[in-house]
Design a protein around this ligand. Structure first.
Ligand SMILES: Cc1cc2nc3c(=O)[nH]c(=O)nc-3n(C[C@H](O)[C@H](O)[C@H](O)COP(=O)(O)OP(=O)(O)OC[C@H]3O[C@@H](n4cnc5c(N)ncnc54)[C@H](O)[C@@H]3O)c2cc1C
Length: 296
């Protein structure tokens, strides 16, 4: 196995162009497991560790440009105000050691239905910036990024450069069911983001379908219910009947399997519970912020 060590982004793109089958390695917390278990034996590993710009982030007016290799620890420490959903999701990834190395770019590269960053990214709204030496840069909306079980929209000669994530304009939540509190792959996960500026909500579901998905019917129902009831203006409590319908529609969006971590029926049920809970938490935060700044 050859080890390619580009020192810059340009060199990394050139190496990927020359060896499209080369496997990029960022934190290595997925790649090394696959190699150690002999699930993968690539001819070339493409080490991104020396590409400094992949570990940088920038907070813009409306979006955060998050370098692909920024580790979870840094997201939790530096970006929890701008990206609260992703910061909460980062907290639930594995252990401190894995969070020090693991990255959102790596999570997207693996594209597991159980990747914890994915529901938060779907709920916040984002675009994945990918690039190849031959065709240059393009941005893939997160809704189009996951193409199948552990498959994504990357072409063989492309690398993920950054993720452009909408800065939070309202409360966001992420909640995960696991068999214990740490070092656990999600049985299922749910993320909710309120977007008061556009008076919309977005959701993300993990580990309850072949790919991470949004619960679109649930979003549409809640958008209409909040608008028709004038809830964005009054900041009144959302009645339990709305929460229950939202939960039912979120549960209905799932297409889970039975596996060692949980049954399909349990996953459907749990997503409904997480949807109702995250709606309660988010809406209470929204009401609180409205009480503090009623004229905002
Ligand atoms: C003990 C343990 C516990 C874990 N627990 C969790 C958990 O709770 N939740 C969770 O979501 N994950 C978990 N994981 C999985 C893993 O930590 C995450 O998926 C992490 O985000 C991977 O990031 P990385 O930088 O280490 O990726 P790597 O292992 O370096 O790469 C992962 C994949 O992405 C590709 N890749 C990386 N960077 C790029 C790039 N810039 N462009 C194109 N492709 C790229 C690689 O080729 C590879 O296919 C766990 C792993 C371990 C070992």
């Amino acid at each position: 196995m050859d080890f390619l060590r580009p020192a810059s982004w340009e060199e990394a793109l050139a190496a990927k162009a020359a060896h499209p089958a080369a496997v990029p390695i960022a934190g290595g917390t997925d790649v090394m497991v696959e190699i150690n278990f002999d699930l993968r034996r690539p001819d070339h590993l493409l080490d991104l560790g020396r590409v400094a710009e992949l570990r940088e982030w920038e907070v813009g007016e409306r979006t955060v440009r998050l370098g692909a290799s920024v580790p979870y620890t840094q997201i939790m420490a530096e970006l929890r105000h701008d990206l609260p959903g992703l910061a909460l999701a980062s907290h639930t990834v594995a252990s401190p050691q894995i969070r020090n190395r693991g990255s959102v770019g790596g999570n997207l590269g693996t594209a597991s239905p159980a990747g914890d960053a994915h529901p938060a990214l779907l709920a916040a709204g984002c675009e994945v910036e990918v690039e190849s030496r031959a065709r240059g840069s393009r941005r893939v909306p997160i809704d189009a990024f996951f193409t199948g079980v552990k498959r994504n929209a990357l072409a063989p000669d492309e690398l993920i450069r950054a993720v452009h994530i909408d800065r939070a304009d309202g409360p966001q939540q992420f909640s995960k069911v696991g068999t214990r509190n740490a070092m656990v792959i999600a049985v299922c996960a749910f993320s909710l983001a309120l977007h008061p500026e556009s008076r919309t909500v977005r959701t993300g579901i993990g580990s309850a379908a072949p790919t991470p998905i949004r619960a679109r019917a649930a979003e549409e129902f809640l958008n209409a219910a909040l608008e028709e009831g004038g809830f964005w203006d009054t900041g009144e409590a959302v009645p339990p009947s709305i929460g229950a319908r939202f939960a039912g529609l979120a549960s209905g969006a799932c297409n889970p399997i039975d596996d060692v971590r949980g049954s399909a029926a349990y996953r459907r049920h749990a997503i409904g519970v997480l949807a109702r809970r995250t709606l309660t938490w988010c809406w209470e935060s929204y009401r609180e912020s409205e009480r503090r700044a009623p004229c905002a």
